[in-house]
Write a protein that binds this ligand. Sequence first.
Ligand SMILES: Nc1ncnc2c1ncn2[C@@H]1O[C@H](COP(=O)(O)OS(=O)(=O)O)[C@@H](OP(=O)(O)O)[C@H]1O
Ligand SMILES: Nc1ncnc2c1ncn2[C@@H]1O[C@H](COP(=O)(O)OP(=O)(O)O)[C@@H](O)[C@H]1O
Length: 206
Amino acid sequence: MTEQKATNVHWHEGDIGRAERGKLLGHGAATIWFTGLSGSGKSTVAVALEGVLHEQGVLAYRLDGDNVRLGINRNLGFNAEDRAENIRRVGEVAKLFVDCGAVALSSFISPYAADRDKVRALHEEAGLPFIEVFVDCSLEAAEARDPKGLYKKARAGEIKNFTGIDDPYEAPANPELHLHSDQQSLEEEVEAILALLRERGIIPAA
Ligand SMILES: Nc1ncnc2c1ncn2[C@@H]1O[C@H](COP(=O)(O)OS(=O)(=O)O)[C@@H](OP(=O)(O)O)[C@H]1O
Ligand SMILES: Nc1ncnc2c1ncn2[C@@H]1O[C@H](COP(=O)(O)OP(=O)(O)O)[C@@H](O)[C@H]1O
């Protein structure tokens, strides 16, 4: 647990709760937590899913590693401690979105199982659904895609501690969904997530 520095602070309850916000929006809420190697397809799947959910009248909002690191987490790098703080903050932000009634689509490498499990616990303790989606892709396939040219730089020694090259990635042991982006199509991946969201009553049946 991150140390609480402020003392004498107290939760202030409001009059409008999750149930009221859910009624207003007409659907359920959840964090969908995409984890996987750089280039595995986390952002691509999240963007496609966001589009379909939007079409269906479901409020979804993406939190993306690169984007968040340009703003709220601009003071964090890529050592294990900074990655843990990155994931802790994003977990808290995702929780706020879900509490607000949205489907939070969170795309971070999140290479450490312990960091992801803390975000899961944060949601579950608050009674909020947390759906971990492992965007599995072989290192060979991710490196062949290399959408941002980062693997090339990592191989050339220009980027240190690059996940999968000289930094670890701990695959989830029990994700709610295990996608194989080097074998499935984008449409199949999106459909698999939609089916799970329907099954859990988070979005209305098709
Ligand atoms: N050393 C190193 N290792 C991994 N990734 C790196 C690194 N340096 C920069 N990048 C770029 O940062 C993106 C990953 O940021 P994340 O916030 O998702 O990382 S983490 O969850 O804190 O591990 C990652 O984005 P994706 O490719 O979308 O995963 C890269 O664009
Ligand atoms: N089935 C698939 N699912 C997701 N992405 C795919 C798939 N097949 C090919 N790609 C490509 O792989 C790349 C994944 O990049 P990106 O979504 O940025 O990954 P990440 O966010 O995990 O770093 C994109 O160029 C995308 O078009």
